[in-house]
Design a protein around this ligand. Structure first.
Ligand SMILES: [Zn+2]
Length: 312
């Protein structure tokens, strides 16, 4: 049964027609996160409807809509529980009513990292496992946990979801969440320009001048022989390792699946995270595998499809 799966990222909204773990069609539009959630929903639904028409997929063949958001979500009530920097009005928005009025088919909201974990568990790197963790490393640091075959949610839907806002330095710098010293302040792409300014020893380095510094630029600078870039990159690898080791000690997974924007440099990053886990956890080296996501760009969409069709 084909469903529409929509992944609300901060800069792009990705949508796809998904059936049995296969993406039949996919497309994306630019998000207008500051315009609010409703305007974005109107825009993406109009886009999906014209896209279905163009591909000759009848609208009434679609049996559900899944939406993934980078916020804390109550998947039972289809509500957003926290205010996020982007789509700040999503908290309190009545998704059930809006979809009832605009496209009345079963709706499933989920946190984006949890949806990606389900996608990788059912159709990707985590196939056959009962205990998994996922880390989505990009603009922020997302996480989710599967324990004994069940998605970990907790009493308030925070469980396993908060790796990026685990406080790792009580005297650290301000985070975009209002707290201080969160893991994201030491490694997220949004914090990278400030991290570079803190760590870069050479005031003439081009890294100082780059307000939109990202990991791709950092890797390019390393390849060009910039030692400051190397120091910053090593710092980030260390923090990703800390994050993975903390997940191992908190949730004891078989695998930690890594996805997100940094996967373009996976060959440089994953072995280093594996080594950190091997040397900083109370398990024999290699017990927990740090594995790349099989479908880094689409696990969220296939996960949403599984959640809808299997009433998981
Ligand atoms: Zn934070």
């Amino acid at each position: 049964m084909p469903v529409i799966a929509i992944d609300f990222g901060g800069t792009k909204i990705k949508a796809g027609v998904v059936e049995n773990g296969h993406i039949q069609e996919t497309a994306s539009i630019n998000a207008a996160a500051k315009q609010g959630i409703e305007k974005n929903l109107v825009q993406i639904l109009a886009f999906i409807r014209s896209f279905l028409k163009e591909k000759h997929i009848p609208e009434d063949s679609i049996t559900g809509i899944g939406i993934a958001l980078p916020v804390i979500v109550s998947s039972e009530n289809n509500t957003v529980l926290t205010q996020y920097v982007k789509y700040s009005d999503a908290k309190g928005f009545d998704f059930n009513r809006w979809f009832y009025n605009n496209w009345n088919i079963p709706l499933q909201l989920e946190n984006d990292a949890r949806a990606a974990l389900i996608g990788e568990w059912q159709y990707g790197s985590g196939k056959g496992c009962s205990d998994l963790a996922i880390l989505t490393l990009g603009t922020g640091v997302g996480s989710a946990v599967l324990t004994n075959g069940h998605l970990l949610k907790g009493k308030h839907y925070l469980a396993g979801n908060m790796a990026g806002h685990t406080i790792i330095n009580a005297d650290g710098v301000a985070c975009n969440c209002g707290s201080k010293g969160c893991l994201e302040t030491e490694v997220a792409t949004w914090a990278l320009p400030a991290i570079a300014k803190r760590l870069c020893k050479n005031p003439n380095s081009s890294l100082f001048k780059e307000d939109n510094l990202d990991f791709e630029m950092l890797v390019k600078a390393i390849d060009a022989g910039d030692n400051n870039a190397k120091d910053i990159f090593n710092h980030c690898i260390n923090i990703w390792g800390v994050c993975a080791a903390n997940l191992v000690h908190s949730f004891d997974p078989e695998k930690i699946i890594i996805c997100g924007g940094i996967m373009k440099s996976a060959d440089k990053i994953l072995p280093a995270i594996q080594q950190y886990v091997d040397t900083h956890t109370w398990l024999d080296p290699g017990t927990v595998q740090v594995a790349p996501a099989c479908q880094p760009d689409f696990a969220t969409l296939t996960g949403l499809e599984y959640l809808i069709n299997n009433k998981y």
